[in-house]
Design a protein around this ligand. Structure first.
Ligand code: AGP
Length: 592
């Protein structure tokens, strides 16, 4: 949450900062701002709204070679111009941008800054004032170290110093901060995406490190002031990957990229009929007596798929945890537990904190992520990549699909059962491509539900897990309140809400559950509820809404969810919502 950027170099900082913030906007987009050096002053421009608005309030002919920028997802203080970043200290010496949350900011305010008049309601303004307070009695480096020692919480900071306007200071703890090096230019960012236009390589700071950046030098220190050297990572983010092309929204582009994502993950993990997953990882999982999978949101729903197949086919206990619920209370049961975490971004703070807890206990961890060099990838013992390429829309689509496919490969590799893998993936590809080519047929469902306030998705077993994800997608971007339920659970309470204004969509994925789900739908119809059925061709009956090409493996959850992604997209489109940047949300959830 929140994107930050800093620039020193030969180009116009204003232009670089604005275009970088546009790339980082997916991390938060309620307000934005930059501070740049103009002659001998630091000038700040900020406002509520998108970066495009910020661009419109800054004069074109401004030139600067150094500056910092921020796009905000509000945590402390409402969305207004005053709370937008950058923030400056009471004496005007320091100006900073901050990503993260300072847990003890009220305590620090009372302890050190009781005579400062604060302008904003943010925790970030406390940090910048603390620095001005500490610098009275020591050097800048000592003041930075003092700052690190008193702050509790998560913070990536980029700091501009009026008394030394050729440098920037950065500090990192529990939220990403990367320093990129180009030709006569240095950039800082919360995501390598911002480096796409000019930076060849970058380093990732570790927690509690700070750095001093000048045009031609980067010096990194640990919290005691020792020099630290980091390996450089080549910046291989590809411009095409993050271009919207001819699509009106990233979400639609990303849904329609699903077949190529499946092919990419197949090519990565299947070689000459074998699954190429590290044998030592597989053995650790086989030797464990229980597997815990922790994740959030869509990744959590994908994790439920793994539980389903592992328990059904491999007969091994898998517990799926909402990561945030177990940060403080996780107690692994079993002599030899194994931990898997799943995160598209690799930066979800709830999951990172859960992993820290597991590491304290000496547990072994695997991370499944779409983001190379992310915090989770670096923190875990093993990592498997999702190969879905950058997902920009806040609503996760292609990453969910590849999470499920990767879990399928993992389970097959653990079981050493590769017989049907190639056939299963081929069948999946045919079915998903068919959904994409016939997506207009989904419009009929969309027309009938778009004006409703509430909706149930129901199914059983895999259909139920698919329903949970389908409901999240609908809520997230169309703002229709939706719940995913096991159809059998309706009669235990939820059916009380059913009337003619409350539609239900059933996801029917197999013959055994079909009869039960259909009988539950009858109970809804008897109460005037409107019902829709999405199913595979062998189970299709007159009156059903959509018949899909059969997928005869557990991967059958995927085409059903892809249909629900289209339903959410099409409803949001008809409502005129901002599909890629839904209200109140951000792509990367880097606060607890
Ligand atoms: C998905 O559409 C959501 N935006 C959200 O639930 C997301 O899946 C969740 O925040 C977890 O993100 P992660 O996979 O990057 O950890």
């Amino acid at each position: 949450m929140c994107g930050l950027v800093g620039y020193i170099g030969k180009n116009n900082a204003k232009d670089i900062l604005l275009s970088s913030l546009e790339l980082l906007e997916y991390r938060g987009y309620d307000s934005s701002g930059i501070a740049i050096r103009i002659n001998d002053s630091i000038v700040t421009y900020k406002d509520i709204g998108r970066v495009s608005h910020l661009r419109s309030i800054i004069k074109n002919n401004i030139y600067s070679n150094i500056g910092i920028g921020h796009t905000r997802w509000a945590t402390h203080g409402s969305v207004n111009r005053i709370n937008a970043h950058p923030h400056s200290s009471f004496d005007g010496r320091f100006t900073l941008v901050h990503n993260g949350v300072i847990e003890n900011y009220l305590e620090l305010k009372m302890m050190y800054l009781s005579d400062v008049d604060f302008i904003s309601s943010t925790d970030s303004e406390v940090i910048v004032n603390l620095l001005s307070y500490f610098i009275r009695k020591c050097s800048i480096e000592e003041a930075l170290r003092k700052l690190i020692s008193v702050l509790k919480g998560s913070f990536a900071l980029v700091i501009f110093d009026r008394d030394n306007m050729d440098r920037l200071y950065v500090i990192k703890n529990k939220t990403p901060l990367l320093i990129g090096k180009g030709n006569d230019e240095i950039m800082v960012s919360s995501d390598a995406l911002a480096f796409i236009n000019s930076i060849d390589s970058y380093i990732c700071l570790d927690d509690m490190e700070y750095a001093i950046l000048c045009k031609n030098s980067v010096k990194v220190f640990d919290s005691r002031g020792n020099i630290i050297l980091h390996n450089e990572i080549k910046n291989d983010t590809n411009k095409e990957e993050i271009s919207k092309g001819d699509y009106p929204y990233y979400m639609l582009k990303e849904i329609e990229e699903i077949p190529s994502c499946i092919e990419r993950i197949r090519n990565k993990y299947i070689y000459e009929g074998c699954i190429t997953i590290d044998e030592s990882l597989l053995n650790e999982i086989r030797d464990s007596d229980i597997i815990y999978v922790a994740s959030c949101g869509t990744s959590y729903y994908a994790s439920l798929y793994f539980k389903y197949i592992m328990e059904k086919e491999y007969k091994k206990k898998v517990d799926v945890l909402i990561a945030s619920e177990y940060i403080y209370s996780f107690e692994a049961i079993g002599r030899n537990p194994f931990i898997i975490v799943v995160s598209q971004s690799g930066e979800t703070q709830d999951v990172i904190s859960f992993v820290s807890k597991c590491k304290e206990k000496g547990l072994r961890t695997l991370c499944i992520t779409n983001t190379r060099y992310s915090t989770l990838e670096r923190e875990c013992d093993y990592s498997l990549s999702l190969e879905a390429r950058k997902e920009v829309a806040v609503a996760s689509t292609k990453a969910y699909v590849n999470e499920v496919v990767l879990f399928y490969f993992l389970e097959k590799a653990i079981m050493n059962d590769i017989n049907r893998v190639v056939v299963d993936i081929d069948e999946l590809l045919i079915s998903v491509k068919d959904v994409i080519s016939r997506n207009k047929e989904i419009d009929n469902i969309v027309k009938q539900i778009v004006s409703k306030d509430h909706l149930y998705y129901v199914g059983r077993e895999l259909g139920y897990y698919g329903s949970l994800e389908a409901a999240l997608k609908l809520k997230e971007i169309s703002y229709i309140h939706a719940e995913g339920l096991s159809s059998s659970e309706l009669k235990h309470g939820s059916i009380a809400l059913i009337d003619s204004s409350f539609p239900t969509i059933a996801l029917i994925d197999n013959m055994i559950d079909e009869l039960l789900v259909r009988s539950n739908l009858q109970e809804i119809k008897s109460r005037d509820g409107m019902t829709f059925v999405i199913t595979y061709s062998p189970f299709y009956k007159d009156g059903d809404s959509l018949s899909l090409k059969l997928v005869d493996s557990s991967l059958r959850i995927i085409p059903l969810v892809v249909v629900s992604q289209y339903i959410a997209y099409k409803c949001a489109l008809l409502k005129g919502n901002d599909i890629d940047k839904p209200r109140n949300l951000a792509k990367s959830v880097t606060v607890l």
